[in-house]
Design a protein around this ligand. Structure first.
Ligand code: UN1
Length: 510
């Protein structure tokens, strides 16, 4: 289908484009300019209701297809993602502000996830399990759960929807998806891809909108699994609601207050490089971005000088320009949130080392005055576990240097002293320190001598503690969107029980 820029874009429900029931629209904005990109119908509870009815009705036929037939639709999408990587990467950059290499990497990550899911269709989907009784065959078999509701964030507007939906669909579930309200244009393009691939009506549905639409997915009884990636605030509400409902499952992936530990045995080139990448790539707006750098006193001064130097000079600018390191923040409300966090650090006694929150006029590219610009904010603070600035996630280029004395045990103690546990890294040349970190850091994604961003899709991805329950991406999502059946078949005419349980039926006549 074709659209002109004057169109108000629609929802995709039951294989049809529809304006839905609502009478309001919303706009998508280019965060680097403040310009409007396009206008979209805002979905309502009744639009979600229709989408869920369609997904429910489509489930039976979809689950009856073979894994391999279902995967064929995804292979079409895989090829489209590959062929259109540059074009889509530019769209990601225009709609969410990430610099262009990140825009493209978002699309590449999506292609990898689709490739993994579609390829997995030809892999075993269960286990043959030994039985205590030699005449019994026992298996673990998988079945789709049914209707899966997907709620995705703006920071990976192409990749994360496919983390959620690719495996989910290949496994035989149907989907109702609400893209982030900040990145509906990416949502539109993905929905067009599903339409082009000819996915059967109702198997994939997309409703554009805000939290009220997302909430209508979460609260509906027809939804068997809710997949959510986004803020801790919303994720905890969803797990609270869904957790209380028998038979329903919420797989939530939230942010963190991620840290990098730099020990006295660190190679400081690697340390500084990893810290800059982890703190400032994506303008600090990855759920895996680091906001704490925990540095040993022996190397603190040198690390600080080199890190501060780079933080002062990393190129903030037009995200479409290949020479830009950091694009803008997503929206003006988010700039305010970052400002509040910077102020909180000040109020709690931080010594501010770099403050580029308000960029100089000549740093803002021409024609981009309406963009949501922020630069790095770096501070040092005397460690106190109760400080909010080093416990609460800012989701921006806001980073604390924390000096420690003593051994690796002490560094890991500081590292773990937050409620979250998503990603983290250790920089050290000492394998004992590295292994201590690996075994004791409370995170789902741990790195040695690397940034704590940039995970590959074939690894599990997910957090511990308040960061999530470790499902909604890549490999592990299969557990959230399938049910396991333990199937046992008797090959004998006699019934023999495990555990030594008697199979004799005795009667009063015995
Ligand atoms: C996120 O931070 O919101 O590991 C997702 C990474 C990417 C995904 C990040 N593969 O940095």
């Amino acid at each position: 289908m074709s659209h002109t820029s004057q169109d108000v874009y629609q929802h995709y429900i039951g294989g049809e484009w529809t304006t839905g029931d609502g009478d309001t629209t919303f706009e998508s904005e280019n965060p680097a300019t403040g310009d409007t990109i396009a206008e979209f119908h805002r979905g309502t509870e009744s639009d979600i209701d229709r989408a869920l009815a369609e997904a429910d009705a489509a489930f039976e036929e979809w689950r009856d297809l073979s894994y391999i037939d279902r995967a064929e639709y995804l292979w079409d999408i895989y090829h489209e993602l590959r062929e259109r990587t540059d074009e889509l990467g530019e769209i990601v950059t225009k709609e969410c502000g990430k610099e262009i290499s990140e825009g493209r990497a978002d699309v590449v990550e999506a292609a990898h996830m689709v490739e993994w899911a579609a390829g997995n269709a030809r892999h075993p989907h269960g286990d043959v399990v030994p039985s205590e009784i030699s005449s019994k065959d026992a298996y673990m078999r998988r079945k789709p759960r049914g209707v899966v509701g997907c709620i995705t964030p703006w920071n990976f507007p192409v990749a994360i929807p496919f983390w959620h939906m690719a495996v989910t669909l290949v496994e035989g579930n149907t989907v109702v998806w609400k893209p982030a309200e900040q990145t509906p244009w990416c949502g539109q393009i993905l929905a067009e891809m599903f339409e082009d691939a000819g996915i059967p009506d109702g198997v994939f549905n997309m409703v554009q909108g805000f939290g009220d639409a997302g909430n209508a997915i979460v609260e509906d009884d027809r939804v068997d699994t809710v997949l959510f990636t986004g803020s801790a605030e919303v994720g905890h509400q969803i797990s609270g609601k869904v957790g209380g409902e028998a038979g329903k499952l919420a797989a939530c992936e939230m942010g963190g207050k991620n840290a990098i530990v730099v020990t006295e045995n660190a190679d400081l080139d690697i340390a500084v490089h990893s810290a800059v990448m982890s703190s400032f790539k994506t303008t600090g707006q990855r759920c895996v971005s680091s906001e704490r750098l925990i540095v040993h006193e022996d190397v603190y001064d040198e690390f600080k000088e080199r890190f501060v130097d780079l933080a002062e000079s990393v190129a903030v600018g037009d995200p479409l320009d290949e020479d830009t390191f950091m694009g803008p923040a997503i929206e003006s409300e988010h700039v305010e949130k970052i400002s509040r966090h910077n102020q909180l650090a000040r109020d709690e006694g931080a010594n501010v080392l770099v403050d580029r929150f308000e960029l100089d006029a000549d740093e803002i590219p021409e024609g981009h005055e309406g963009g949501h610009w922020v630069g790095p904010f770096v501070y040092e603070v005397d460690y106190d576990p109760d400080l909010r600035c080093i416990r609460e996630e800012c989701f921006g280029p806001h980073v604390a240097l924390i000096e420690y004395a003593g051994d690796i045990e002490r560094a890991v103690e500081l590292h773990n002293a937050v409620d979250y546990g998503l990603a983290g890294a250790i920089i050290s040349e000492d394998y004992r320190q590295i292994n201590y970190y690996r075994d004791n850091a409370e995170v789902g994604l741990a790195y040695g001598n690397l940034p704590c961003i940039g995970a590959e899709v074939q690894l599990p991805f997910g957090g511990v503690k308040k960061s999530g329950n470790g499902y909604p991406s890549a490999r592990e999502i299969i557990e959230a969107v399938t049910e396991r059946t333990a199937w046992t078949l008797n090959n004998s005419k006699d019934i023999e029980m495990a555990q030594g349980l008697s199979a004799d039926i005795t009667t009063t006549e015995d």
